[in-house]
Design a protein around this ligand. Structure first.
Ligand code: 5AD
Ligand code: SF4
Length: 476
């Protein structure tokens, strides 16, 4: 910030400006501050696809303000970490990475450092940043994304640090620009927030109550995505089954899926996350009737024991969950099912954990996201007695992983010799002439091929299956 700007009174202070006007003011400030070239932004995202999608909107706004983008934090003029609060480990990483910026900033005094997302929405975290990280210029929570241009303008005007973490119960802001990370895979948020209050989870506290986007906004964005050439659209929400509740459009999630399926174009539809409590046969029937809906269902069960499920406030039983799985397989025999599991919920015994183990052996999931319980300040579970030591929970966790590895290896073998339609996602990390792609069931296959195929559908025959690693060759 040039000195002359810092001391000049803000002629717009106290005026109600639109975010578009703030974007223009910020653009003007930036061209004054960087007369020789375009300022660069570095945006790093932690956590779930909801955050990735939010970052794409923030990047859209930065783009409109005149920022270019860099992957190198040291050359950035603006650094943003979009944070996750779901487990302690994610928070520790953020604190570590923010701390590492201190020497970078002391070399580059003009650098603006900003933090946003779920972690910042917690008052005790924002307070810690205020006190212990004085080099952070801007902190905003999940409710403030739509006023980001205003916050940027205030930050760039200089002088004071800007903190905005007020919880707002407002309808979803529409019309935000989007700068998508991929040309062929697109995230499409359909609802925000969560009303479920699972006792271990921080999300309802940091993302607020469920709010659905208007049907016309979702359809419009889907059309834009398809016109832009995307081959995969993932509908996002903490609980997609709640889509439409209270929005006044009268269209629920199964109908939405059918409406999107009816749009012209060569694309796949995916969605996450579906809650077993609200996942209905109607939804599974709708999925089965939509040829563009991938044969993949992510249905987190968290625990296979009914007492633990009740203590988690999940609202379903092991039996109800298994019934849903068998119905899904009845109407979509080729469906691939994935799930989330928490090991070591407060008070969980080894015998109760064994019910989780038996459930994964019974269902044979394609893959699992497994977590050791992490206490989250302010949640009900954080107040429950938790007598089992972490080391013991880690042993159960390893037992679970081992069982799942065997299941995955078995599943891989069953795919040998079969041909799948794969969306080519990129070159493998080794860049050894191999490409990597994903089947409609969300299973990765590597195969030799030309990089020009990235972003297209190809048919791949599986020729080798090593544990969960599949290799194949293009058949057409
Ligand atoms: N501890 C461990 N795992 C958690 N998850 C959510 N909250 C916690 C917690 N406190 C997991 C759940 C959820 C996934 C996104 O993260 O399995 O489905
Ligand atoms: Fe958290 Fe449960 Fe809501 Fe998922 S459904 S975000 S686990 S409270």
């Amino acid at each position: 910030m040039p000195e002359n700007n810092k001391n000049r009174a803000d002629p717009f202070a106290g005026k109600a400006l639109s975010q578009k006007e703030y974007t223009e003011l910020t653009r003007a400030l930036l061209s004054e501050k960087y007369p020789l070239g375009q300022p660069l932004a570095f945006v790093h995202t932690y956590g779930c696809q909801g955050n990735v999608s939010d970052s794409e909107r923030i990047k859209g706004m930065l783009d409109e303000m005149g920022y270019g983008f860099t992957e190198n934090v040291e050359e950035a003029d603006f650094v943003l970490f979009n944070t996750c609060a779901v487990r302690e480990h994610a928070e520790d990483r953020v604190f570590g990475n923010v701390g590492a910026l201190k020497p970078v900033k002391s070399e580059k005094k003009d650098m603006i450092i900003a933090l946003c997302g779920c972690m910042m929405q917690q008052p005790h975290i924002a307070e810690k940043i205020k006190k212990s990280y004085p080099f952070v210029n801007l902190v905003f929570g999940t409710f403030a994304i739509s006023v980001f241009p205003e916050l940027m303008y205030k930050t760039l005007r200089g002088g004071r640090r800007v903190f905005e973490i007020t919880e707002k119960n407002e309808p979803v802001a529409e019309g935000l620009p989007v700068r998508r990370d991929s040309d062929f895979k697109a995230w499409l948020p359909i609802m925000y927030g969560c009303n479920n209050f699972c006792t271990y989870c921080i999300v309802p506290y940091v993302r607020g109550r469920e709010r659905s986007r208007k049907l016309c906004a979702v359809i419009e964005e889907a059309k834009e995505i398809i016109a832009g050439g995307a081959k995969e659209i993932t509908l996002l929400g903490q609980n997609v089954n709640s889509y439409g509740k209270g929005s006044g459009d009268g269209v629920g999630f199964p109908e939405l899926l059918k409406m999107l399926n009816a749009l012209e174009g060569d694309f796949r539809l995916r969605f996450m996350t579906s809650h077993p409590k609200d996942c209905t046969k109607e939804l599974l029937d709708a999925m089965a009737s939509c040829e563009k809906a991938d044969r993949h269902l992510h249905l987190p069960f968290q625990s296979g024991n009914n007492r633990v499920l009740k203590a988690m406030n999940r609202g379903y039983t092991r039996e109800k969950y298994l019934e849903l799985i068998s119905y899904a397989r009845e109407v979509m025999p080729d469906i691939s099912i994935t799930s989330d599991i928490i090991v070591g919920f407060p008070g969980e015994t080894y015998e109760e954990f064994l019910d989780t183990l038996s459930l994964i052996k019974e269902v044979k999931f394609t893959s699992l996201f497994t977590f050791i319980y992490s206490p989250r300040k302010g949640t009900r579970a954080a107040e429950m007695p938790d007598p089992v030591p972490y080391a013991e929970k880690s042993k159960w966790f390893s037992e679970l992983l081992k069982a799942q590895e065997e299941i995955a290896a078995e599943r891989s073998k069953s795919m040998l010799g079969k041909t799948y339609e794969v969306l080519v996602e990129g070159e493998t990390k080794e860049k050894n002439g191999m490409l990597t792609g994903r089947t409609g069931g969300n299973i990765n296959i590597d195969f030799p091929g030309d990089a020009a195929l990235i972003g297209t559908f190809v048919k791949v025959k599986v020729t080798q299956a090593k544990n969960w690693l599949l290799t194949g060759e293009i058949t057409e």
